[in-house]
Design a protein around this ligand. Structure first.
Ligand code: PMP
Length: 359
């Protein structure tokens, strides 16, 4: 399928905000009720510098601490609705961490067992949190999706081997994208009073970008949707020349970057793509900390660095939205380590007066 056709395929289902959308009751119903309706934060200094309003949904305010809590909730609701899991059943997922943490929280709250397959190059903090949350964590070697030993295929096979178990399949189960069609998209639309001009997100599964983009394009086709891609990911080139080509290297940012077009990304209404270097993402992560007091991870640094680029492309007077995916605490050992940053050639991107955060 040609890229242009692929981009036209996805049309938001109607009605966009179904009865399954999130409640507006100010009293949140337990952990499950603590998903969504996160604060929309104006990034002060960048907004001033660019003349745009650069806004970000503070997704670390979700009950499980990341943007993936939205997907986790919708994936479990989807499994329940389709009768794939009964009380006491097992939720199995392949995840770089945040979806697993979201699922583990939901599983504790809803009475399910949680088993997580994870590539063995992810941060120790996320593994420790998952274990504390009662999940069984199985770290496996990093191999491509096309290899049957890939963590996602291992998760699927394990779920298939059990009774009363579901592989939630965050990459290709579009309940993930639906979470953002029904929650994040409407929140950005309502909170900006329909004034949003552009959104930009890095993608892992593509759920956030595709879901928010789909909803906002339905409300106003003029809203521009940008895909921000980290080093080592194929999506920037895929967008620019329609080819999925392997690329060298990898990003310090966890949870984003892709080697294929997932079902969640397929048909996403993307207007343009931006390639963001790790030096830019890391520099922005430290700017957010030191200028705004926002302690975030590198995928957030990448999102906001991309939002700044979008602001420069569009010019002053525009409203640009993105998200703060999770907190820097999840990456303390790695992203805030002088040694790690030095080894990756990233130390020079951090100004001297921001280096006091390093250990
Ligand atoms: N940032 C982080 C830290 C993540 O864990 C993820 C999800 N893997 C994303 C961004 C991207 O979200 P999505 O899967 O919706 O593309």
């Amino acid at each position: 399928m040609s890229l242009c056709r692929a981009l036209r395929v996805l049309r938001a289902p109607v009605p966009l905000v179904s009865k399954r959308g999130l409640s507006h009751d100010p009293i949140r119903q337990g952990l499950v009720g603590m998903v969504g309706r996160t604060p929309l934060v104006k990034i002060q200094k960048l907004s001033e510098e660019t003349g745009c309003e650069i806004l970000a949904k503070a997704e670390f305010c979700n009950g499980g601490g990341s943007v993936k809590d939205r997907a986790a909730l919708f994936l479990i609701r989807d499994a329940q609705r389709r009768g794939l899991i009964r009380p006491g059943g097992t939720v199995v997922e392949g995840t770089a961490g945040n979806t697993g943490i979201g699922l583990a929280h939901m599983c504790l709250a809803l009475g399910y067992r949680c088993v997580i397959y994870m590539p063995n190059n992810q941060s120790q903090e996320k593994i420790d949190v998952l274990k504390t949350l009662g999940a069984e964590v199985r770290t496996v070697p990093v191999v491509a999706w096309t290899d049957e030993a890939n963590y996602n295929h291992q998760a699927r096979r394990f779920a298939e081997s059990l009774d009363n178990a579901v592989w939630t399949n965050q990459f290709d189960n579009t309940a993930n994208r639906q979470a953002h069609i029904e929650t994040t998209g409407p929140e950005i639309w309502e909170e900006t009073k329909g004034k949003v001009n552009a959104v930009v997100f890095g993608t892992g599964t593509g759920g956030t970008l595709a879901g928010v983009g789909t909803y906002l394009k339905e409300k106003n086709p003029k809203v521009q949707v940008f895909l921000a891609d980290p080093e080592g990911s194929v999506l920037y080139h895929w967008f620019k020349n329609g080819k999925l080509e392997r690329t060298e290297g990898s990003s310090i940012a966890e949870g984003i970057g892709q080697g294929r077009v997932t079902k969640n990304l397929e048909g996403a209404p993307v207007d343009d793509a931006l390639a963001i270097r790790d030096t830019e993402a890391v520099a922005m992560t430290f700017r957010l900390l030191h200028e705004e007091g926002l302690f975030v991870g590198a995928s957030t640094g990448l999102n906001v660095a991309a939002a700044e680029k979008v602001a420069r492309i569009m010019g002053p007077g525009h409203v640009i939205a993105t998200c703060l995916c999770d907190t820097g605490q999840r990456y303390h050992a790695k992203l805030f380590s002088r040694k790690v940053l030095e080894e990756r050639g990233l130390l020079d991107s951090i100004p001297e007066n921001h280096r006091k955060s390093l250990h």
